[in-house]
Design a protein around this ligand. Sequence first.
Ligand code: GLY
Length: 570
Amino acid sequence: MKSIVFALLTLVSCAHEVRIAALPIGELRKDHEAVAPQVMVTSQGKATSASALEILAREGNIIDAFVAASFVVSVERPQSTGIGGGGFLVFYSKKENKAYAFDFREVAPILAYKKMYLDKEGRPQTILSQEGALSVAVPGLVAGLYEIHKKFGKLKWEDVMAPAIDLAENGFPLYPHLKEAIHERSHLLRLDPELLKIFFTDKGEVPHLGQTIKQPQMAETLKLIALKGRDGFYKGRVANSITQTIRRHKGVMSLRDLRSYEMKERTPVKTMYKGNKIFTMPPPSSGGIHVLQILKILEPYKLSKYGPQSVEAIHKTALAMQRAFKDRAEYLGDPDFVSVPTAGLISPEYLKQMSEFINSDSAIPSQDVKKANLPYESSETTHFTIADSEGNMVASTQTINGWFGSGLSAKGTGIILNNEMDDFAQKEGTQNLFGALGGNKNLVEAKKRPLSSMTPTIVVAPNGEAVMGLGSPSGTRIINCVAQTLLNTYEYQMPLYEAVAATRIHHQFVPDEIRIESPYFPESVEKELKEKGHTIVHKELGCSIQAIKKENGQWVGVSDPRGAGLAEGF
Ligand code: GLY
């Protein structure tokens, strides 16, 4: 994606013609945009999208397609996600007129404790939470998929697992993102003889693009899970291998941790926005709350009158993001352990104060961002979205955290173990892999879930039909990428492709800067933002929005042109 050139896109669908900085359309649009009358899938992997479509074509339901895609993406994107990790699902059931949120996030092992990543002087030892056995949290993906399928699935469990087994056995051609990830984490992967065999040539080199990547041990592990359900992972051979690997590398996760893992059903957070209901992921994700905050803080400003990417719109959007991320550090954590004031943080009274606070013509230094009164109570990662012909939708974000997680694989299983423990705060005020500021409520505790930014989101129209679903990888940037895609769609009325392709910004309170991705904005816009006191940094955000929207009675699917995904339907 480094060769992207600056492009201006003319939006004719708006009331007035607006030119926006965006990824160039044209050949990039192939694979990344699809239109279909019945069903649609957008994901970051070609085999992943194909598996969900295959299941739907075979009369499987949307949950069968979700489970198949989850296992396939675990094989196809081992750098981003996998059965050694966890995730979230937001599912809208048209028949019940109900949105569900499922949390199969990893949890801290029973022997984890608050100061486990601090040295004797109390200094954070980031390496321990990012690499190796102590960085591994108890995986939740298999338990989540199994329980969700048991509740809603139609096809047999082993049938929905078949496409992933096939892909692991027969392999797929190496693609650029995976090659880059192998290169980046090669110091870790080379230490593990089994990962060395899968991800390097016989001569120990990073393979060429197009070379087949097979995962035979993963295929055997998946067959065991197909046969035994969740017990195939959390008990017996696989569980023993995971815990022996962890013990050998001086970690603390045990068989008791694996046996006691529980998926949680949560209540989605929701708000009304521009006449539609938005349902998104509640804590332990911070993403849903902050996306809703950003949208509602900005709503009174009617930014469409300034136009997308105008100085005023970028300025106000950055201030809204800055405010939301201040709350993230202060209020968010695992709701089973700390009290998270979810209702207060998205209440109209609170958001009105937040809107008033950003009524400033100039940048507000992060140290001056005021605290609002709560009225009551207290790259990496992957995403896919599926819509079916019955008005149901799923949006699911899954992860092993950093590229190749902890860099450890459980011997003989092909499972790459996550490094999700890094999403905890090592101590208050420290920053994690994504630079997220650690708050008091997100300190390590046994069996606690680390705070996430993953934001699977579904928009439901007043007639009860799901009309849009989306999400993205990329840590804290997910929140702002999802918020901007919704703003582009509903505030600026952009067609979906343009809403996804448009240049995006990111402000996360600390560092106090607006990060802008390529192809950036015109110089004059950035000059005016600097005059308002903003610090501008040019850096990619790493998001890869996978979105589906109903447009003119058809499903439009867009897989972010920044990635190598596939939007496809029938
Ligand atoms: N591991 C990235 C997130 O959950 O936000």
